[in-house]
Design a protein around this ligand. Structure first.
Ligand code: IMP
Ligand code: MG
Length: 180
């Protein structure tokens, strides 16, 4: 395990080892197993970032459930703000179901609030949010998080699904951008 990591122009330093991450993932799964034992939830994994967290989490979830993957795409639409977001890849009917959104990180909260808005239209019975990381100090739009792995400071991180300019998603440990 290398403690310093260089990606393009930036230096990162190891901050959260894989063992610590997996311990928190197990804790989250235990809670989900207890809360949703009879709900037959649909886990909606938000790509790309959440792929690694989702794989680890779902190995520890032992209740009947379904898993599907979505992506948030943003394009230039014709509304007043000019930007429109949509969820792509969602083929399941959500009406009357318990849905658990699985995300890598909630930073400003803007993405998660968009996702909640887009899913609420589909009338799920209940919407729960599971995110591995949250940065409370960066939050701009409040959002209720049901399951959180770790709260972290407002620093840029890579690894465990999170990228810098497309790189670093494959790292099992998490690295923090060095301040110089
Ligand atoms: P939001 O600011 O809560 O809308 O988060 C938007 C997206 O920014 C997240 O889904 C991540 O893909 C990305 N992001 C936020 N913080 C970090 C970080 O520290 N490292 C890498 N990606 C991040
Ligand atoms: Mg993401």
């Amino acid at each position: 395990m290398n403690s310093i990591l260089q990606i393009k122009d930036k230096s990162f330093e190891i901050s959260i080892p894989s063992e610590k991450i997996l311990k928190e993932v197990k804790r989250m799964a235990t809670q989900i197993n207890a809360d949703l034992a009879t709900a037959n939830p649909l886990f909606l994994v938000v790509l790309n970032g959440a792929f690694m967290f989702a794989a680890d989490l779902m190995k520890e979830v032992h209740i009947p459930c379904e898993i599907s993957f979505v992506k948030l795409s943003s394009y230039n639409g014709v509304n007043t703000s000019g930007k429109v977001t949509e969820l792509i890849g969602l083929n399941e009917a959500l009406k009357g179901r318990t849905v658990v959104v699985v995300e890598d990180i909630v930073d400003t909260g803007i993405t998660m609030n968009n996702i909640i808005k887009l899913l609420t239209i589909k009338q799920p019975k209940e919407l729960r949010i599971a995110t591995f990381f949250s940065k409370p100090d960066a939050l701009q739009q409040p959002v209720h998080l049901d399951y959180v792995g770790m709260q972290i400071p407002n620093d840029f991180i890579v690894g465990y699904g999170l990228d810098y300019d497309g790189l670093g998603r494959n790292l099992k440990d998490v690295y923090t951008l060095k301040r110089d």
